[in-house]
Write a protein that binds this ligand. Sequence first.
Ligand SMILES: Nc1nc2c(ncn2[C@@H]2O[C@H](COP(=O)(O)OP(=O)(O)OP(=O)(O)O)[C@@H](O)[C@H]2O)c(=O)[nH]1
Length: 375
Amino acid sequence: MDIQYVDPTLSGSYSGVESFPKSFVYGVEEMEGSSSSADRPRILLMGLRRSGKSSIQKVVFHKMSPNETLFLESTNKIYKDDISASSFVNFQIWDFPGQVDFFDPTFDSEMIFKGTGALIFVIDAQDDYMEALGRLHLTVSRAYKVNPDINFEVFIHKVDGLSDDHKIETQRDVHQRANDDLADASLEKVHLSFYLTSIYDHSIFEAFSKVVQKLIPQLPTLENLLNIFISHSGIEKAFLFDVVSKIYIATDSSPVDMQSYELCCDMIDVVIDVSCIYGLMDDGGGCAYDRESLAIIKLNNTTVLYLKEVTKFLALVCILREESFERKGLIEYNFHCFRKAIHEVFEVGGSPDGAAWRPESSSGRKYGAVNGSAV
Ligand SMILES: Nc1nc2c(ncn2[C@@H]2O[C@H](COP(=O)(O)OP(=O)(O)OP(=O)(O)O)[C@@H](O)[C@H]2O)c(=O)[nH]1
């Protein structure tokens, strides 16, 4: 589809023209049990060697291009990545080495699994996965014993090398075998979710979105707000995106089709790239994405894409018909109400650009794993 018109009212500055300048991506830390971050809920990335764990983490959270992952070295200790400084998602990602030994006395499964929200087990679908299934079973049964509340997520990864039929067949087979193993160990209660993923397309972002969404306690409220917003504004689909990672933390309740999601991801890239080129301030300061960030892209098939800042980390990206966009004033008013509601949900203490902004009501509730109150 051709982009006919781009109207980004963008401010801020960048030092490069990549999708995100290095200064805007997540800060990396190698923390050896840093106490402030040790309490944060975590997402574990586990799986056999070379299954693609580090690549997933680098591509989703550090804007590494998929081809660069070819040169990643093998991880030989737990790599803890705190992404909360620049993301709405207030989690740590722990990337485990492939050869992790659960029976090693130094492996403290209590400490590791206790504060874990989700365990992502990565299986290389281009390889023989029998050994990986054995390791999956061992990992899940170990983790479940310590913490039955963990969400177990299985990424059947590197599916870019598989035909469509082969993908479906692999998913069915992995699903069947993994669940049979659990049933044999009387662990039928354990629920595994399966995703077909690849770093070479948007599937890895989609899968990560779903993993993260399960950890957001306010998800039903967000969905509800999005439903109300779109139904009153003539919008077809709306996503609430974590801008840096392009994970969508919520969408309205209509089904997500991959193409719409990809379109919205691409829009974020366009906006940030244009901002990189034309949003520079003379002194080189500022931020690529801020309160003023707004973009409208009209496609040549009468579709309009609309992006607007919601919080420092979140953007609303909508897909609508050109006719509906004629009522732009209504959309803007509804957006204003929506934005206010989102800020209230997360008890935003100050606006992302530093101006004093307080929600009208404050419930005093705590929202666990989400980084809203820090905005
Ligand atoms: N085709 C394809 N290759 C991938 C994909 N994801 C990762 N790879 C490749 O898989 C290889 C191993 O990736 P890593 O991310 O280093 O694997 P790892 O699981 O972290 O490995 P260890 O650190 O040894 O445990 C690299 O060459 C990546 O380029 C994918 O989705 N598709």
